[in-house]
Design a protein around this ligand. Structure first.
Ligand SMILES: [Zn+2]
Length: 91
């Protein structure tokens, strides 16, 4: 996957995103991120907590496409809420 190092202080170089790194935070939260190989700028992909990871596990076991779709939407909302919460705490 091709990514561009944009945003604040980004170097604007394109780079090939090969793998995501995972960092363990407090309260069972995992931060999934990647870094620009040119300047080292960090980009957050998403955060997950235990509840979100449980839903993701459930999704993998489901076979009903409608149920999968619904649960994926819920998970995406949860991830957005979690990310906002974490980023507000950091600031
Ligand atoms: Zn960069």
């Amino acid at each position: 996957m091709l990514a561009v190092c944009d945003g604040n202080n980004g170097c604007n170089q394109e780079f090939n995103l090969e793998k995501l790194e995972i960092e363990q935070l407090d309260d069972g939260i995992e931060k999934t991120y990647f870094k620009c190989p040119n300047c080292g700028k960090e980009f957050i992909a998403f955060y997950t907590d235990e509840a979100i990871r449980n839903k993701q596990k459930k999704i993998r076991k489901l076979k009903d496409a409608n149920k999968i779709e619904r649960l994926k939407k819920h998970t995406a909302i949860d991830m957005n809420v979690l990310r906002k919460r974490i980023e507000q705490e950091v600031i």
